[in-house]
Design a protein around this ligand. Structure first.
Ligand SMILES: Cc1cc2nc3c(=O)[nH]c(=O)nc-3n(C[C@H](O)[C@H](O)[C@H](O)COP(=O)(O)O)c2cc1C
Length: 483
């Protein structure tokens, strides 16, 4: 079993840097965490709309599989959002995936925005702003969005154990992995109904008071799957123009239904071939002899034709960012691939999730892949404000790297995802010059992903006392043990 030395092994930033150099990583880190106002992460960011975001920390969208059956926030949802809002980050990029319609719910407890749930969302948003202002003096420089999505291939609207996929095209490897067929491909005639749902959802989000909506185009969900639909016939497949049509129509529907509302997007800069657990437990690329496999995987948007994405040149992704600019989108929260079939790349970790595999590479190689990608995107499209992701595996060195990224202009915002579940106050502590609380640093155990894969609410079971002592904690341990 491969064992990779995790960040705490390196006692100083210089030791950690030497390790990164040994791996050939492209990124560097600062030697100390700088407090405000000297930290690059303390600098405000002015959007073209005139709004100012108070600093360069961003909470990445993190869903909890814990809403009420109708999709309204539950108690755990409320606690999570309030922790997002009071951690010190001034950009909450979407908070969590919120389904635009029932058929697009990834699980039976996914947040869903409807006339019925909107009042509860509005109240929660208002509480978040109030709590932020109480702690930091003002919420005028806090930007909060709502992530709108249709879960596509990964939809389970009625039963968490029953996949009801809505796919953009037949992908031989993904169809095989998830038991889908050509019958699951959404028809051209069904698309306008989904597009209209994005518009309705955006109008409700605007009424709730969100500053923007994130039209999610990432992680293999429906809008993203269209980007790889090279073999789909008709107006939504084939050419780049056709493959981006669904996204463009969703943005147009949002603009028409919610005039004046900012639109942003969570965007996987490139996709990868699906991975599976090999006989040694280590992740390896899937293949179907004679059909698709490493070296011949044409479906990965933005890749190099192999699906392995060693260092893709991002020709189409940059064209997508240009399209975003032309559609008036300024904020893009970058990510890569999908947690369903390339978890080691999407959320680099030292420990596997229960339905995953042992890491096939040093997690720092995974962190580097995302940093290289966001840096390339930013360099090619400086007018897009880019958020970086995939940094949690850096653990105690996350702030050192985040500072460096922002100072060097490789990204405009440092996003933190899994770390926000264990240590929401990391931005506030680091900007105040308070030593980090080691006992809250995410060690990438993966329980926040393992739990929902078994129908259990997500949270930080190892480190957050509210989850560690919850009745669900032994169930999560049992799932890990079984795996
Ligand atoms: C439990 C969990 C929930 C997540 N929920 C969402 C989500 O709702 N929307 C989204 O775009 N990404 C979601 N992600 C992905 C994160 O936003 C982020 O890209 C990923 O965790 C890598 O960043 P990190 O290294 O800081 O954790 C989720 C990840 C985890 C582990």
């Amino acid at each position: 079993m491969p064992r990779y030395p995790a960040p705490p092994v390196f006692r100083t930033p210089a030791d950690f840097r030497a390790h990164l150099r040994g791996l050939g990583a492209s990124f560097d880190l600062d030697d100390s965490i700088l407090p405000a106002p000297s930290s690059p992460l303390a600098q405000p960011f002015k959007l073209r709309s005139g709004r100012t975001i108070g600093n360069r920390w961003c909470v990445l969208p993190m869903e909890g599989w814990d809403c009420l059956p109708n999709g309204a926030p539950g108690e755990n949802t409320r606690r999570r959002w309030l922790r997002f809002a009071t951690g010190g980050a001034k950009l909450l990029f979407g908070c969590e995936a919120c389904a635009v319609m029932e058929s697009g719910r990834s699980n039976t407890r996914q947040m869903t925005i409807t006339e019925e749930t909107a009042p509860a969302l509005a109240a929660l948003l208002a509480d978040c702003r109030r709590a932020h202002a109480e702690k930091f003096g003002t919420a005028d420089d806090l930007l909060v969005g709502l992530q709108l999505t249709h879960s596509g291939r990964y939809s389970h609207p009625h039963d968490d154990a029953k996949l009801e996929p809505v796919t953009a095209y037949s992908n031989p490897l993904l169809d095989n992995k998830f038991g889908c067929s050509a019958a699951n491909v959404v028809t051209d005639a069904e698309i306008p109904g989904i597009v209209a749902a994005f518009g309705r959802a955006a109008a409700l989000a605007q009424k709730c008071g969100f500053d923007f909506v994130d039209v999610k185009c990432a992680h293999g969900y429906l809008a993203y799957e269209f980007l790889g639909a090279i073999e789909r016939p008709g107006p939504y497949g084939g050419s780049f123009e056709n493959r981006t049509r669904f996204f463009r129509e969703c943005v147009a529907a949002v603009r028409a239904a919610a005039p004046g509302l900012e639109v942003a997007t969570r965007f996987s800069l490139f996709d990868m071939i699906p991975f599976e657990k090999g006989p040694d437990g280590i992740g390896r690329p899937m293949s179907i002899p004679g059909v698709a496999g490493p070296g011949a995987y044409p479906y990965a948007f933005g890749g190099d034709g192999t699906g392995l994405a060693a260092d893709p040149e991002l020709r189409e992704p940059i064209a997508f960012l240009r399209l975003c600019r032309d559609l008036g989108i300024e904020l893009v929260c970058t990510t890569i691939a999908s947690p369903y079939y390339a978890p080691h790349a999407q959320r680099p970790a030292y420990f596997p999730v229960s339905d995953g595999y042992l890491a096939p590479e040093d997690p720092m190689t995974g962190v580097d892949r995302q940093i290289r990608a966001v840096a390339k995107a930013k360099a090619a499209m400086p007018e897009i404000a880019c958020v970086s992701a995939g940094l949690t595996a850096l653990q105690e060195y996350l702030p050192h790297v985040a500072q460096r990224l922002v100072r060097e202009g490789l990204a405009d915002f440092a996003g933190y995802g899994r770390m926000v579940l264990s240590y929401p106050d990391l931005p506030s502590d680091s900007l105040r010059g308070i030593p980090l609380e080691k006992c809250k640093i995410c060690r990438t155990f993966g329980d926040c992903t393992t739990a929902p894969r078994h129908g259990i609410v997500s949270g930080c079971y190892p480190l957050d006392p509210a989850y560690r002592t919850s009745p669900a904690a032994p169930l999560v341990r049992a799932c890990k043990f079984k795996a």
